[in-house]
Design a protein around this ligand. Structure first.
Ligand SMILES: Nc1nc2c(ncn2[C@@H]2O[C@H](COP(=O)(O)OP(=O)(O)OP(=O)(O)O)[C@@H](O)[C@H]2O)c(=O)[nH]1
Ligand SMILES: [Mg+2]
Length: 468
């Protein structure tokens, strides 16, 4: 039967019931005094305001969810120290410069902690040299001009620094006891501490950056003045040829450690030091947990849709928490440094490159990610170049490399083929193999690359109709 478009008979209409205008709904009683009525109406008005507030919040969160649904989701994956957070910083520098700027004072503190960590490593190496096998020499047995006496004097002078380090870690990174292994838990950590404060020094000049880091910490926990007080000693300790020789022998990889700033201490330990962009990218802070950053589109709609980048902790114990983020993601940026001569921190028996390849296989074969774009970054190209230039032979660590030339193009090509093979063999459906050789500390090159990568992901997203 065909349905009539017109209503067959008008239904009876009633005036809308306003509960507050009717005595029995409003809670008014016959015996109500004027004051009681005023209070009752006030309570009603408060309830209406709360309800409106909730409505607005719900609408906003619905709008946010809709924007998020239409936005591009990018996940940064890779083992610990592969450079995920460094790539994120490059994204922020390129696409959220104001946010990047607002975090400059925080990075100053991280850089100072990185320096304190390096000083500890130097003092440990010297102690091993001058007091081998943990023997402790009593002061009376130490001759006046001996290096051990100098070491004792310096350790004493620097001890307030280690006290501040302990305090700082309690505030910023309660789960770490050593700045060489400090991490911040994503989401509720120290950045929130700073952001929660209203910033009285927002002008962005150098003095304000200094005052802001002091405002965050309080004078007693700010390492700046102790570092300044010990500046000459720290510089002469570092520049001493004997220190260099001992470190070369006892800590051969010291210079290659992330967060290495010792060559820059004369520049950094100054009253008005403000970290440069490059310092910030080079600062080391381990990620624990998972954090999503939203990059708001300048021109919502077109190609400029919002995008969301999720940064994760890469150590083995962190990897189980990645999976819940897989089903909603358009692109994975997978970081794989060609660190053929290094071992994982969390398991010194496992070669880093081998671990990256296993992880890559897992990601390629994961069915939840079968529609995601996989983009591989062979990161730390500069480190690879320096390692090869120092004469380290790939063959020694990867026997199958054989007698191929020990240079960057051949080494990269060799490992690229391994990653390409796994990608083809383990992807559930065929998809293009995309890879780039990167150095996350090369900001200019990264900006160009990330702009292109972002655009390619957005275009793909548009083609797939995900934004509709
Ligand atoms: N020389 C050099 N250093 C890099 C490069 N990429 C990252 N780094 C440094 O390596 C260290 C580790 O980088 P992160 O970005 O913190 O590593 P991550 O993958 O986030 O590590 P987790 O948070 O532990 O998972 C930092 O000190 C970076 O500055 C690079 O291409 N070259
Ligand atoms: Mg990280």
């Amino acid at each position: 039967m065909k349905r009539s478009k017109e209503k067959s008979s008008p239904s009876p209409t009633f005036p809308p019931l306003n509960p507050y205008s009717v005595a029995r709904w409003s809670g008014a009683t016959d015996s109500e005094t004027e004051e009681e009525a005023r209070l009752r109406l006030q309570a009603m008005q408060d309830a209406i305001n709360v309800s409106r507030g909730i409505d607005i919040m719900l609408q906003e969160s619905k709008r946010d969810m809709e924007r998020r649904r239409k936005g591009v989701k990018i996940l940064l994956l890779g083992q610990s120290e592969s450079g995920k957070s460094s790539v994120l910083k490059n994204f922020q520098l390129a696409f959220a410069p104001r946010h990047f700027e607002s975090e400059r004072p925080i990075w100053k503190i991280v850089i100072q902690l990185n320096i304190i960590g390096s000083i500890k490593t130097i003092l440990e190496a010297l102690r091993e040299e001058y007091e081998p096998n943990g023997q402790v020499t009593t002061p009376i047995d130490i001759s006046p001009n001996s290096p051990l006496r100098t070491l004792r004097r310096m350790t004493l002078g620097l001890s307030p620094l280690f006290f501040i380090e302990t305090n700082l870690l309690k505030i910023l990174s309660p789960e770490s006891t050593d700045s060489r292994d400090m991490s911040v838990r994503a989401g509720n950590g120290w950045k929130a501490l700073l952001k929660a404060r209203r910033d009285p020094f927002a002008s962005g000049d150098h003095h304000s950056t200094r005052r802001r880091s002091q405002a965050l910490l309080g004078q007693e926990n700010d390492p700046s003045s102790v570092l300044l007080g010990q500046r000459d000693d720290i510089i002469s300790l570092w520049q001493n040829p004997e220190t260099q020789e001992i470190l070369h022998r006892r800590r051969p990889l010291f210079r290659d450690q992330p967060g290495f700033f010792m060559d820059d201490i004369a520049r950094i330990i100054t009253p008005d030091y403000v970290p440069t962009d490059r310092d910030i990218i080079r600062a080391r802070l381990r990620t624990t947990g998972i954090e999503e950053y939203r990059f708001v589109a300048e021109n919502p709609g077109g190609l400029n849709s919002d995008f969301y980048i999720t940064d994760v902790g890469g150590s083995r114990s962190q990897r189980a928490s990645w999976a819940p983020f897989f089903d909603d993601v358009q692109a994975i940026l997978f970081l794989a440094p060609l660190a053929f001569n290094q071992m994982l921190d969390e398991d010194r028996r496992v070669n880093r490159l081998e671990d990256s390849l296993w992880l890559w296989k897992d990601i390629c074969s994961n069915r939840l990610l079968q529609n995601a774009n996989l983009i591989l970054f062979f990161n730390k190209r500069d480190v690879l170049a320096a390692t090869l230039a120092a004469g380290v032979k790939v063959k020694k660590f990867v026997p199958t490399y054989g007698d191929l030339p020990n240079d960057v193009p051949h080494v990269t090509k060799y490992f690229k083929e391994k990653f390409r093979f796994s990608h083809k063999r383990f992807s559930p459906d065929a998809r293009p193999f995309i890879c780039h050789e990167t150095s996350a500390i090369d900001i200019k090159a990264m900006t160009v690359l990330l702009t292109g990568v972002r655009e390619a992901i957005l275009r793909q997203h548009l083609r797939n109709g995900d934004m509709l």
